[in-house]
Design a protein around this ligand. Sequence first.
Ligand SMILES: [Zn+2]
Length: 262
Amino acid sequence: MRSPAARNPVFAYHEVMPESDYAYCVTSSVFAEHMQLICALAKNSGTHGQAQITFDDGEVSQLQNAAPILAEHGIAATYFVTPGLIGTAAKFLDWERLRGLQAAGHSIQSHGWSHKFLTFCDDSELAHELTASREVLEEKLGASVEEISIPGGRWDKRVLAACARAGYKRVYVSEPWIAGEMHSVKVIGRFMVRRTTSVAELTRMVQQDPQALWKLKMRAQLKRSIVGLVGDGLYHRLWCRLTGYDEFEAARQELTPEVRSK
Ligand SMILES: [Zn+2]
């Protein structure tokens, strides 16, 4: 089920801005360096395979600042978006822009309906988050949606089984050492690129260095122990404060309950 070096590396980006303090934002110049490095490593080694670039949250910076750099390198990326948040804040890519990305060769896939953490949902909310997102994306963009990236990285067996029932074939998670078939879906681990990710760290991920993956796995186990002690709700609130994530979470919280639960 889980084999560290049996697949191509997948990278998850969030915001790409000229400058930012958000833990999951990389600057445009760093993003350009990363794409250059990833392309160079892929070219120089037949064994590293082709890295896949993904974006979560459907933010405008991913079009304005990242897409031109992707075009320079001829990289087609996957954008995971939340249809329920489109039009609720200026920072989210609208349908026209998403169609533009699609026309440029990128794939637009699901990040849930409203970014609700799927493990926090009851069964009907869970089905709605998964199905509404896929159906609206397919209807608005006219392309099939078979992939989802898990909001907030919260998943378990129940979530995977619900993803399969909702018609997804591939589920992207935040644990880069994971690759395999579980509960009738292919689960694909991604490396979450942060503001502090070094070129050396990125290189090790492109090379799928088993030791680096093992270290990340140990760190995740520690996180799980903390979550087990304090509960996931409190852990998430602390995490928001530490990473500067409040703004995005606030955008979701500001939605009326009707929109939020759609
Ligand atoms: Zn997200």
